[in-house]
Design a protein around this ligand. Sequence first.
Ligand code: SF4
Ligand code: SF4
Length: 123
Amino acid sequence: MPWVNQEMCNGCGICMDECPVEAITLNEMNKAQIDEESCIRCAKCHDVCPEDAVRHDSEKIPEQVEENLEKTRKLLEYYDTSAEQQAFIERMIRYFNKERKVTEFTIEKLKALKAGMAGSAAS
Ligand code: SF4
Ligand code: SF4
């Protein structure tokens, strides 16, 4: 999912003109913002931005990890004893392991889908 670095965006609107599904608007600060629900991940905004302000998802990994840790820390406050807290953290680890498996299996299926498309295009 692309996102716009607000400090780099100059509000030129070029990305808005190129977006095929009108997923980009200018906010009150005259900076582009992308509506995640509408975006079809075509990457055109990334390709046309003269300021390189449309950034890749991978740059948000540290931020998302910190969000997960922060959420865990907040929920930890509901548990009094060290044993309860450790059991809770174990459940969070199981949850993120499940998420990892969902991601890994999805990637496998997507690769198979891509390979199937390449095969039918060649025949
Ligand atoms: S093209 Fe780049 S600089 Fe221009 S509005 Fe879009 S994100 Fe901002
Ligand atoms: S990736 Fe494509 S659909 Fe999504 S905001 Fe950019 S131009 Fe629009």
